[in-house]
Each structure stands twice: as structure tokens, then as C-alpha cells.
Ligand binder design. Structure first.
Ligand SMILES: [Zn+2]
Ligand SMILES: [Zn+2]
Length: 244
């Protein structure tokens, strides 16, 4: 299989998502994935999840149905300086942190303001991935984004939901094509996620796969191609992943 990990998924902890952690894990196993990341919405999104949800992750099994489970959050960028929600002691305990720009928590600004917001979020030492920076309604300077991603060792996400025809984001194909070109130019790892809100969508990464082929993006720069690669990369900011 080309992609062994799905690194962006939501559970029914958010009311606008519909499957339990167990259903998600079972689906990941059925799809042949080795790694599944649960990344529910942090509190500032309307319908985001209470912080206790993230603090209690330790009660969950690390492996379910033969799938290595990772527990994290999709944080919300809250201002053009790039601050994100939740707190350091929680970010630290996570297996991964995605930081995303959602119109519900920050109104899109100018290209320069949006770019500054992303760059600011990358300064957070626990942010591993910038989620779906592909929406034409939130214009961004991909060259600046990629250069800072390189400097701060942050991955940029290729989000399968963004590429679905019916999705509300704008010009995502064109934007992701440009982003992938910049990632190749600067040698930046990309992270792939279905952004599933229902377990049936887990591991559905076909649109991303097609785009990657179309652009001719190298597999070496995709983190989802091996379990070791995922754990090694996320382990840089979350060293507990490298223990045992
Ligand atoms: Zn999102
Ligand atoms: Zn999401």
C-alpha cells in the first residue's frame, strides 16, 4: 500500500462528526493502515471538544486491531500572530498537533496577514503539521510558508477532503499543486490526511494520490509511506513516541 497512515481524523467527540474511536480504529485495520491519528477539534472551534477530552487520552489503547493509534488535536489558529488554543501541558502530552486556519475562529485577512498567522503557528514547538493551507478564501504565500516549514521542521498537509469536488474550500487543486511544488523545491515533508468525520472516509486518500502523481511529487517527501518515518518525524516534537 502506498500510504500506511491517515494522520487527520475526527470522532464523535465533535457533534459534526459521527464515529467512535473504536469504529475508526476498526475501519483503519480493515483498510490495511498501520497508523491512525485521532485529531479532534480543539475547543475554540464552535463544536470543538472540551480540553478534558485531550487530557484523558491516556486511558485509550495505543494499539487497536493491530493499528498503532496516535492521539492529538487539530488546533485553531486564533489570530494573525498565529496563537493556537489549548495549553502547553496538553500540547506536550499529545502524539501530534495539527494547526489549522478555520474561518470560524479567525476571519481570513490579507495574504500577508494569513501568511503571518501560519508562520506564527509554526513557532509553537509542538506543532507538527499545518492543516489544509489550501483554501483560496484564505490566500497565502506558499513560498514563505514552505521556507518557514523547512526552518521549523513543520509538515504541510495534503488534505483529501479539500480535494473532493463538493467541498466548500476554493481552488484547492491549484493551491495544493503550488504548495507541492514549493515543498519539492525546499525538500519539505508533507503529511496526508483524509480529514474524516465519519469512519467510512478513513484511509480514502485517492484524490491526494492522483494529485501527487499528476504533480510528480516524490514519495520520499511523504511521511505516510512508512510507520518508522511517521514515528520518527512526530517523535522530534513528541519524544515519548520514540520510547518503546
Ligand atoms: Zn480543519
Ligand atoms: Zn479536520
Amino acid at each position: 500500500m502506498r500510504f500506511i497512515a491517515d494522520l487527520h481524523n475526527h470522532t464523535l467527540a465533535s457533534v459534526h462528526a459521527y464515529s467512535s474511536v473504536t469504529e475508526c480504529a476498526r475501519e483503519a485495520a480493515a483498510k490495511g493502515l498501520s497508523i491512525l491519528a485521532i485529531t479532534d477539534h480543539a475547543p475554540n472551534l464552535p463544536d470543538g471538544v472540551h480540553e478534558l477530552h485531550f487530557m484523558n487520552y491516556h486511558v485509550l489503547d495505543r494499539e487497536m486491531f493491530g493499528v498503532r493509534m496516535l492521539y492529538g488535536a487539530e488546533l485553531n489558529i486564533g489570530d494573525y500572530q498565529g496563537s493556537v488554543d489549548l495549553e502547553e501541558f496538553i500540547w506536550k502530552r499529545m502524539d501530534l498537533c495539527i494547526a489549522s486556519f478555520h474561518e470560524f475562529t479567525l476571519l481570513p485577512g490579507s495574504r500577508a496577514e494569513n501568511t503571518r498567522a501560519y508562520l506564527g503557528a509554526m513557532q509553537n514547538p509542538y506543532v507538527d503539521i499545518i492543516g489544509h493551507p489550501d483554501d483560496g478564501k484564505i490566500p497565502v504565500d506558499f513560498d514563505a510558508l514552505a521556507r518557514e516549514a523547512k526552518r521549523m521542521d513543520v509538515m504541510l498537509e495534503v488534505n483529501n477532503s479539500s480535494l473532493k469536488a463538493a467541498h466548500y474550500r476554493l481552488n484547492t487543486r491549484e493551491n495544493l499543486t503550488e504548495m507541492l511544488k514549493m515543498c519539492e523545491k525546499y525538500g519539505i515533508l508533507v503529511s496526508i490526511g483524509s480529514d474524516s468525520h465519519y469512519h467510512g472516509a478513513i484511509g480514502r486518500l485517492d484524490e491526494v494520490s492522483l494529485l501527487i502523481d499528476e504533480v510528480g511529487f516524490p514519495d520520499e517527501l511523504i511521511v505516510n509511506t512508512s510507520k518508522e518515518k511517521v514515528l520518527k518525524q512526530l517523535g522530534k516534537k513528541h519524544p515519548h513516541l520514540l520510547e518503546g
